[in-house]
Design a protein around this ligand. Structure first.
Ligand SMILES: Nc1ncnc2c1ncn2[C@@H]1O[C@H](COP(=O)(O)OP(=O)(O)O)[C@@H](O)[C@H]1O
Ligand SMILES: [Mg+2]
Length: 322
């Protein structure tokens, strides 16, 4: 495309399609420049929209997982409840049966040398009555412990997701939240690291509890993923000062190289293989902590470990509770 220079201008536009014959600031070139600028702005806006959308999708996903978890927890709670209460009755009945059995055994002596005594002795051997008497209480204890654990996990899941009521600012015991979260991610942690809790004294904190739990979960799972030796340690420390509370999660894992440190909160930044990392955990956590008027800080020594610290105010300003 060519165009005649209609006016002269001191500048030469790099966007002029006719570079052979620079036309300076002709109206056409100016329009092209404007369009290029507008296009750049739109591209940037589009990128931001995509990020916002990805965040939304992720939080939608988390919300539906939470909803699912709460639903499942509710469904499991009921049968677990009656199995647990039946256990009490069963234990009592078994105690009675054992007492009855002892009475029969005492009476058995009077049947000596009768065919009934012989068949009783045979049956006793067949079912290995002595072992059975020993094993039944052990099985009962183990089963009760199993049911108690299921009950606890279900309770923790309900606490964790709290989707039964709309997400609201509420005064929360953060230690309870951390403990529930630890219980839920236990599977991710227990084969890799020991968790050492060094809790200070915390006041109740005004927060969106399930979102804050989400932050703890992301930090704990990241800490567990970072352990690159046989077995590591994750310290969870808490404290309060000057109207703020802090929670620190420190691991002795691989650490974060200096060149990555500034990028870990970026959406989609991950060093994990596809399927294991989305790169959204820290960026979401950052957003949640910010929403609480707090800070999320990181310190890391490559090869030695990493410490994340969440600091949030005890109480929220009236305006941010809307
Ligand atoms: N405790 C940690 N130790 C070492 N690296 C970490 C730790 N936490 C986060 N990172 C780094 O930050 C990246 C981003 O973390 P995150 O946003 O949670 O996404 P993801 O865990 O899905 O990769 C991780 O891929 C990892 O490289
Ligand atoms: Mg993560």
């Amino acid at each position: 495309m060519t165009h005649a220079p209609t006016q002269t201008c001191a500048e030469t536009s790099p966007s002029c399609p006719d570079q052979e014959r620079p036309c300076g600031g002709c109206p056409f070139a100016r329009k092209v420049d404007d369009l290029v600028l507008a296009n750049d702005a739109l591209t940037e806006l589009n990128r931001q929209l995509q990020l916002a959308q990805a965040k939304l999708v992720q939080s939608e996903k988390l919300a539906s997982i939470g909803q699912l978890a709460a639903g499942v927890a509710h469904e499991i709670n009921n049968p677990v409840g009656y199995v647990f209460s039946n256990f009490g009755s069963l234990e009592k009945y078994l105690g009675d049966l054992f007492r009855m059995l002892a009475a029969y055994e005492a009476a058995e002596a009077q049947l000596a040398d009768t065919p009934a005594a012989a068949s009783l002795a045979q049956l006793r051997e067949e079912i290995d009555l002595d072992f059975l008497k020993e094993d039944v209480p052990t099985l009962m204890d183990e089963s009760r412990e199993g049911i108690r654990r299921v009950h606890k996990i279900v309770q923790d899941l309900k606490d964790f997701s709290r989707v039964d009521n709309r997400q609201e600012w509420e005064w929360t015991d953060l230690h309870k939240g951390i403990d529930s979260t630890l219980n839920i991610v236990n599977n991710e942690i227990k084969y890799r690291a020991d968790v050492v809790r060094e809790y200070g004294t915390l006041p109740d904190v005004q927060c969106l509890s399930s979102e804050i739990n989400q932050v703890f979960m992301n930090l704990l799972v990241n800490a567990a993923h970072a352990i690159d030796k046989e077995r590591g340690t994750i310290h969870v420390r808490t404290g309060a000062e000057d109207g703020q509370v802090w929670v620190e999660i420190e691991d002795d894992g691989c650490g974060i190289p200096a060149e990555h440190l500034g990028r870990v909160f970026d959406p989609f930044f991950t060093t994990k293989p596809v399927g294991k990392g989305t790169g959204l955990g820290l960026s979401l956590s950052y957003g949640i902590v910010q929403k609480h008027g707090g800070r999320l800080d990181v310190e890391s020594a490559p090869g030695k470990g990493t410490r994340f610290r969440v600091t949030i105010p005890v109480a929220q300003a009236e305006a941010s509770l809307a």
